[in-house]
Design a protein around this ligand. Structure first.
Ligand code: EPZ
Length: 417
């Protein structure tokens, strides 16, 4: 298992580029199963999660070729309807094949995803929605087994805003007979881009960008090509890194319109933020002001940036409160940050962060993707050496993070253990 050895205290400066969005590419890869033929995606980073999804699509019968930021998925021969335990247990987003397989083959068997490092993560909303579309769903031997000769349009009101359930239901219903309405649908940019992809394939979805999506079923879909949006969470991670620097940092190839809430919080923390086209420059403040955040569905503050923002608040002049409402147990990074001399206390889903003058290097352990990114930011800032073990988590969602950050002045070495 690789680890990072970081010599802290070297300020970041200059440009850091952002790659394509993992959480948009994963559902779009699954959506490409809906139409026989070759779909081509560009701006695709090199990430373990995308490799796992490609592996799953190949098991199902698709041909997937990747290289030079492109991915071609040929779904002509899709014929197997099972997502096995080995893959789903590694990557929960495997659940995204449920909707497309049901729509294309009339049957799907997907291993039931368990909990993970950020807490219990149920899929009840996905299952209730496909049942409403007329699928028969059984849970047997650790698998979700869904069957439907022909799905039928329905009105589905999600009890909770869920990115995964909204996208899975969209993919299931685009070829259903009649009209489907999704109420309280998630509004994340990853949902919007999936809607764009499906509409380009020939689907008829209206209401993009709102919580009310209307889908008129079509008989046939066609493969298409599409450039992937940039990763708002990677961009946000680099902006927060810039906010902790002493020099300006420009995040390039990003979509500022997806980052409004973070930008507003960074301004409240004292940063000057300059937006020019697809670049955002952060001029860090001399003293970081404490800012409270509460994670919420988009356009609220993203849970996927909570850990990174907490690192920034660890160095603020005063006390801030971080409330996690999406995944209430998503705080595994707190004890590791405290090992780096942060002062954070936890009460259920609320963390109180008392700012300290500086962090100090130590040996720590990465627990999940975004927590790992937070620890890297903390290591860059901490005095002395920080060793982060188990950094394979970070390779799931950040393409060459150490190369990108080193090019901007960090000193991170990947130690292959
Ligand atoms: C997506 O997960 C992302 N993953 C997550 O990013 C992200 O943290 C999350 O959305 C929230 O923005 C991918 O896109 C692959 P949800 P998802 O369904 O779709 C509850 C990362 O680090 N819920 O929007 O699984 C759920 O427990 C990952 O890249 C149900 O109760 O999240 C949570 O409280 C981690 N029943 C809330 O809804 C369900 O059936 C929102 O979860 C489904 C969800």
């Amino acid at each position: 298992m690789d680890r990072f050895i970081i010599q802290g205290g070297n300020p970041l400066k200059g440009k850091i580029p952002v790659s394509g969005a993992k959480n948009a590419i994963l559902p779009i890869m699954a959506a490409s199963l809906l139409a026989p033929g070759k779909s081509v995606l560009s701006n695709v980073p090199n990430l373990i999660d995308l490799k796992s999804m490609a592996h799953l699509l190949r098991i199902i019968g698709a041909r997937v070729e990747t290289g030079e930021g492109r991915m071609q998925i040929d779904s002509t021969d899709v014929c197997y309807c099972e997502a096995p335990y080995e893959l789903v247990s590694k990557m929960r987003a495997s659940i995204y094949v449920l909707g497309p397989l049901l729509a294309r083959l009339g049957e799907a068997r997907v291993s039931f995803p368990g909990g993970c490092a950020i807490g219990t993560r149920p899929v009840d909303l996905h299952l209730k929605a496909i049942e409403k579309l007329g699928a028969e769903v059984n849970l047997e031997h650790g698998y979700i087994h869904a069957k439907a000769k022909k799905l039928k349009g329905a009105v589905i009101h999600f009890e909770k805003s869920s990115v995964g359930a909204t996208i899975n239901t969209l993919m299931a219903c685009v070829k259903a007979s009649g009209t489907t309405e999704l109420l309280n649908a998630a509004m994340e940019p990853e949902v919007d881009v999936t809607v764009d992809f499906l509409n380009q394939m020939g689907a008829k979805i209206t209401g993009k960008g709102t919580a009310h999506l209307v889908i008129k079923g079509v008989d046939e879909l066609f493969p298409v090509g599409m450039e992937m949006i940039s990763d708002r969470i990677e961009a946000g991670t680099f902006l927060i890194a810039g906010a902790m620097s002493t020099e300006p940092v420009t995040v390039t190839n990003c979509q500022p319109e997806h980052l409004e809430e973070l930008i507003s919080k960074l301004r409240s923390a004292g940063c000057e933020i300059i937006i020019e086209g697809n670049e955002i420059t952060v001029n860090p403040p001399k003293k970081i002001k404490p800012v409270d955040i509460t994670t919420l569905p988009y356009p609220g503050f993203p849970t996927d940036l909570q850990a990174q923002f907490m690192v920034l608040m660890s160095l603020a002049e005063g006390v801030s409160v971080v409330t996690e409402t999406i995944f209430p147990d998503r705080f595994m990074h707190v004890s590791e940050l405290n090992r780096l001399q942060a002062n954070i206390s936890l009460n259920l889903n609320i963390a109180t962060v008392k700012g300290v003058k500086e962090l100090g290097g130590a040996e720590i352990m990465a627990t999940d993707l975004r927590a790992s990114a937070a620890l890297v930011l903390a290591g860059i800032k901490a005095q002395g050496e920080t060793i982060i073990n188990r950094i394979y988590h970070i390779d799931r969602g950040y393409d060459r993070i150490e190369e990108k950050l080193n090019a901007a002045g960090a000193r991170i070495v990947r130690d292959k253990v």
